[in-house]
Ligand binder design. Structure first.
Ligand SMILES: Cc1cc2nc3c(=O)[nH]c(=O)nc-3n(C[C@H](O)[C@H](O)[C@H](O)COP(=O)(O)O)c2cc1C
Length: 220
């Protein structure tokens, strides 16, 4: 039988367990979405992860390859989970659940839609409902011609004003064979950028027990 001392010890131990921030990871239809699995794995080392994928991204993301504890939500789930008035609405529930959101890769199309306030799929509905006191990171990925198009800067300026943080793309040989800027930052870079930002700015977590983010073990 547990004595009051062991109960106290267990409570103390429970309190020492770091509360994992809830990260909503989203992929849109850039070829860089082939790295989404790797991103999910690295984030799930320190966070509770749920995933969202646009219809186009599913050409590159294999949902079955994601860690088994990560639920992958798609546009179909928006409607299959809602039957009648009073049922939960998925994009609102995910927006409430998340402490932060990371869209990696962010396609030119989704960037434009977010900048314009459009919301015609699960990903953009979550962003349209987003609470900007919570961090939202984007890692754009597109061909250099698209990246250099004047629309990109306009859209980036708009989302910057909203408080969305940019993990800039890098210059390298792109999947299409062209060389130039526009490739998604490496998953390890996205993971460390987001994690560092969490450490600097303690999260307003949804969790009942708020533990300083400094208690999250440092990345290896
Ligand atoms: C093979 C292939 C690769 C693509 N790669 C990219 C890309 O890297 N970046 C991008 O912005 N769009 C890319 N696109 C175009 C997007 O998939 C398209 O704009 C789509 O509508 C994006 O939808 P989403 O933003 O809802 O995911 C690609 C399309 C194809 C067919």
């Amino acid at each position: 039988m547990a004595t009051s001392e062991t109960v106290q010890e267990n409570l103390a131990l429970d309190f020492c367990q770091p509360i994992r921030p809830r990260v909503l990871l989203a992929a849109s239809g850039s070829v860089a979405a082939i790295k989404f699995e790797s991103l999910c794995r690295s984030f799930s080392e320190w966070a509770e992860v749920r995933a969202v994928a646009t219809k186009a991204s599913l050409h590159f993301v294999d949902g079955k390859s994601l860690p088994s504890d990560i639920i992958l939500y798609t546009d179909d789930d928006e409607w299959s989970t809602w039957k009648k008035i009073g049922d939960e609405v998925l994009h609102i529930e995910l927006r409430k659940w998340a402490d932060m959101m990371v869209i990696a890769p962010l396609s030119a199309n989704s960037l434009a839609k977010i900048a314009g306030g459009l919301c015609d799929n699960l990903l953009t509905c979550i962003v349209r409902a987003w609470d900007y006191s919570k961090p939202l990171f984007v890692a754009p990925a597109m061909n250099t011609f698209m990246w250099n198009n004047p629309f990109t800067n306009r859209h980036l300026e708009t989302i910057n004003q909203l408080g969305i943080s940019l993990v800039p793309p890098i210059t390298k040989r792109l999947a299409c064979g062209d060389y130039g800027n526009g490739a998604m930052a490496e998953p390890s870079e996205i993971n460390s950028t987001v994690r560092l930002a969490c450490k600097r700015q303690p999260l307003n977590t949804n969790s009942s027990l708020v533990v300083p983010v400094s208690s999250i073990p440092p990345s290896s």
